[in-house]
Structure formats: C-alpha cells, structure tokens
Design a protein around this ligand. Structure first.
Ligand SMILES: Nc1ncnc2c1ncn2[C@@H]1O[C@H](COP(=O)(O)OP(=O)(O)OP(=O)(O)O)[C@@H](O)[C@H]1O
Ligand SMILES: [Zn+2]
Length: 437
C-alpha cells in the first residue's frame, strides 16, 4: 500500500471508530435515562456512587442531591471566605458555580485561602480557584469572572444564578451585592471574618430583611477593620466560609436551617457560637421597602466614600514641611546621635519588626491622649531632647494622624515629623533585609 492509500484508509478507520464511540455514548445516555426513569430520579449511577455518603443523610437523599445538581451558586470573592465556600460546594456536586474576583494571589493569602497554591502567586485568583475546583470535581461547571463586580456588570453576572454568596471584604461591594440581589430576587448569604471572629447571615430570603434594612447608612470610611490591618487566623474564615456553603445548601434544599433574620456570631478565641435575632424587613427600606427609591444600581464607592477594594489609598494630612523621607531619616539617624523615633503601630506589629532604638507608642494611645507621660519621659531621657521627633508606622498613614495630633497638643513645644511611606518605604529604599508584612 502506498503512503497516500495508507493515510486515507487510516482516516476512514478512525472515522468509523469515532462514530462507534459516539453511538456508545448515546446508548449509555439512553441506558442512564432508562435506569433513572425506573428509579424516578435523574441521577446517574456514577453520581449515586460519588455522592453516596451525603445522599445517605436523610435530610439530603436523592431529592437533595438532585437540587445540588441543578443548583447555581455565585461566589463574590475568591479569598478567605470564598475558597472554603467554593471548595465544599464543588465537593457536594453543586452543578454550576460562578467565581468573581479581580485580584491576584499574594503570598500572604496562602495561610487561609487554601484553594490557591504557592505556584499560583501572581496569577488570577479566579483562575487559580477554578482550576482547583475542577480538580476536586471535574463534573461541575465553573464560570470564571476575573473582574471587579460593579454597578455595570453585577446584574448581568448574577442573573444566571439562584443563590449569591458574598465573600468580599469591603462595604461598597456589600451594598452593591445587596441591592443587585434585591433587583434580581436572589437570596444572599453574607459572611465576614477578621481576627478571631466571624459573622454569618442570609439576606433577602422569603420576606426576610436585606442588608440595607438593617444598615441603611454605610460605616464611616476607614472605620472598617480588614484582614490586612487587623490580621486573621486561617481557620476562622474557614469556619464562616464553610458555613456560607452550608447556608447556600439549605437554601437550595429549601430547608429550615436558613439564617434569615438571624445573625450567627463566632468567637474563635473562646470557641463560642451565638445566634441573635435580627430586626425583620423594614417597610421604609430604600431598596426592598414599600416605596423603594433605589431601583437601579448606584455609585457604591461614592455612597460609602470608600473604594470597592481593600487596597490602601495614601492619606495626605500634613504640609510637605511636616514630613521627611526615609533617606532623610537615615541621615538623621547617622548624624544626629540618637534622635527619638516613635513607632505608632500596635504592639503586635512592633514585635514583628522595628527600627533599632525606636519606641512603640500606638496611635490609639496618642489619640486618647493617654501617652503624654510616656512620650515626655522618652523625650527627656534622649541625649538630645530638643531635637525633632520622628514618627513612623507601617505605610505612612497612621504616622501622619499621630503627627497631626501631637502638633495640635504642642507637646513640650517639640517638633514632630512624619516619615513618608513608613516602614514599607524603609524596606524598599533603605534596607532590603527589613521584613514587609
Ligand atoms: N467588588 C469586588 N469584585 C470582585 N472581587 C472582590 C470585590 N471586592 C472584594 N473582592 C475580593 O474578595 C476577596 C476577599 O478576600 P479576603 O477578605 O480574604 O481578602 P484579601 O484581599 O484576599 O486579603 P488581604 O485583605 O489579607 O489582603 C479578595 O480576593 C478581593 O479581591
Ligand atoms: Zn431592605
């Protein structure tokens, strides 16, 4: 047989094989339908076997597993809460999961965002989480939205789902998701976790309240603590995110356990759970009340006075002459003997790293004016008590607040200077061995 004949014969046989394969697949489907009709459900033998341990739970059963298979859950945020929530939903066989996140994986995410791996640092969180979910369960559909959820895209993204999980970390996104859930008539599973504590509730479920019914006004900007500032212990969002998955499941099952009009509080320090009753739906709510005034999505960053992310915007509270650079600080440290350097971070942060000889007086103590005696004693003991005092913090925001306060108090007629960019700038420009957190 010459080469041409061989190739065309080969192609013919391969075509026949493919046709036979698709006939087999088709027959398998017919058989599955026959079996499931006989069993009066639409689960395949493979699904029964794969999910057998949860199907055996009387609250779930075949009916429950069918509702998981048909379930469509959207998760906003693939971080500390979103990872455990998504992981359990994928494991349970929720047929369709959507993930929204604009951010990339950072090394400091890995202690708690366990869908992401070391080799995903710097890549899209949505991509990394979606890949992990597909390797947990290749039979579910995972939609990837590597974007910031905003007023332009929220409704369109949400309307393909039946339950929404808010696993984000900022008030602007919380109000946006709430309002979009009212407009798309979707139940909203809302969670949060910072430090050792977490909270969980369900909004907009069967006549229950929405987020705005309970919190009509946004919190003042910069008053909301986040993981980047206050820290968080990994298993704490693990608990809350897992319970968000459980709430989504209760909603899909239409079971009793939905936390509507109730708030679950978790204290990881004392290992305590508490549930408190919340106010019901408010007739005057501007979005879900009797005469709503918000009928389309608004500008949430403007409403909250804060961006829809937790990136740090640099504050600018002082005049240029009240601030010095890290290079000027280094010169002062070299040339002026031992100037006083006040570090206004928390004690926990001061224990992580500090400039040699710096003294820790947290901003909170300066603001409460409870630090004056300590400060006076530090200054009077310094070799050059009339020299300027330098104030430093992590990124150069809190140090400006401290300098402003200290200058207002005109303590000892001392000159106080802010160190621009704080210890992050020191690590970047002066000492590359200095730790960054
Ligand atoms: N509007 C939004 N659209 C899409 N994703 C959002 C939005 N707002 C917040 N997120 C995402 O929600 C996730 C929240 O995760 P988490 O609270 O663990 O914080 P983090 O930003 O990952 O970590 P850290 O606060 O420690 O830097 C983040 O990945 C963030 O990018
Ligand atoms: Zn409401």
């Amino acid at each position: 047989m010459d080469a041409l004949n061989f190739l065309s014969k080969k192609e013919e046989v391969e075509k026949e094989i493919n046709e036979l394969k698709s006939q087999i697949e088709e027959k398998k489907r017919v058989l599955e339908t026959l079996v499931s009709n006989q069993n009066k459900h639409n689960l395949t033998n493979w699904e029964i076997s794969r999910y057998s341990r949860q199907i055996l739970v009387p609250n779930i059963g075949i009916k429950g597993q069918e509702s998981f298979k048909n379930g469509k859950v959207l998760i906003i945020g693939a971080g500390g809460l979103g990872c455990p929530a998504a992981q359990y939903l994928a494991g349970c066989g929720i047929g369709h999961i959507g993930l929204v996140d604009y951010d990339e994986v950072e090394e400091n995410n890995l202690h708690r965002q366990l869908l992401h791996q070391e080799n995903s640092i710097g890549t899209s969180k949505v991509r990394s989480a979606a890949q992990a979910l597909r390797s947990i369960n290749s039979h579910i559909k995972v939609d990837e939205y590597p974007v910031q959820l905003n007023s332009l895209n929220a409704i369109q993204i949400m309307q393909s789902y039946s339950v929404v999980i808010d696993a984000s970390d900022n008030p602007s996104t919380r109000y946006l998701v709430n309002d979009a859930c009212i407009m798309t008539k979707l139940p909203l599973v809302s969670g949060s976790a910072v430090g050792m504590e977490g909270q969980l509730t369900v909004y907009n479920y069967k006549g229950g309240p929405c987020y705005r019914c309970l919190f009509p006004d946004p919190p003042p900007p910069n008053t909301v603590s986040n993981c980047g500032d206050a820290g968080v212990l990994g298993p704490v969002p693990g608990v809350i995110g897992t319970m968000q998955a459980l709430q989504a499941i209760h909603i899909l099952l239409e079971s009793e356990g939905v936390l509507s009009s109730k708030l679950l509080l978790f204290d990881g320090a004392d290992t305590k759970f508490r549930t408190v009753k919340l106010r019901g739906k408010s007739a005057g709510c501007v979005v879900c009340g009797e005469n709503p005034t918000i009928t389309r999505l608004i500008d949430y960053e403007q409403f909250c006075g804060a961006p829809a992310n937790d990136k740090h915007a640099a504050v600018n509270l002082l005049k240029p002459e009240e601030r010095i650079t890290v290079s000027e600080l280094r010169t002062a440290l070299k040339e002026k003997g031992k100037p006083v350097v006040i570090d206004v971070r928390s004690k926990t942060e001061f224990d992580i790293c500090r400039l040699p000889g710096s003294v820790n007086i947290p901003l909170a103590d300066i603001e409460k004016q409870s630090a004056q005696n300590t400060l006076k004693s530090v200054i009077s003991k310094s070799p050059n008590p009339n020299e300027p005092v330098y104030v430093i913090c992590r990124r150069g925001n809190d140090s400006q607040k401290a300098v402003k306060k200290l200058r207002e108090l005109m303590l000892l007629n001392q000159d106080f200077f802010d160190v621009r960019g704080g210890l992050h700038a020191w690590a970047r420009d002066i000492d590359h061995t200095f730790p960054i957190y």
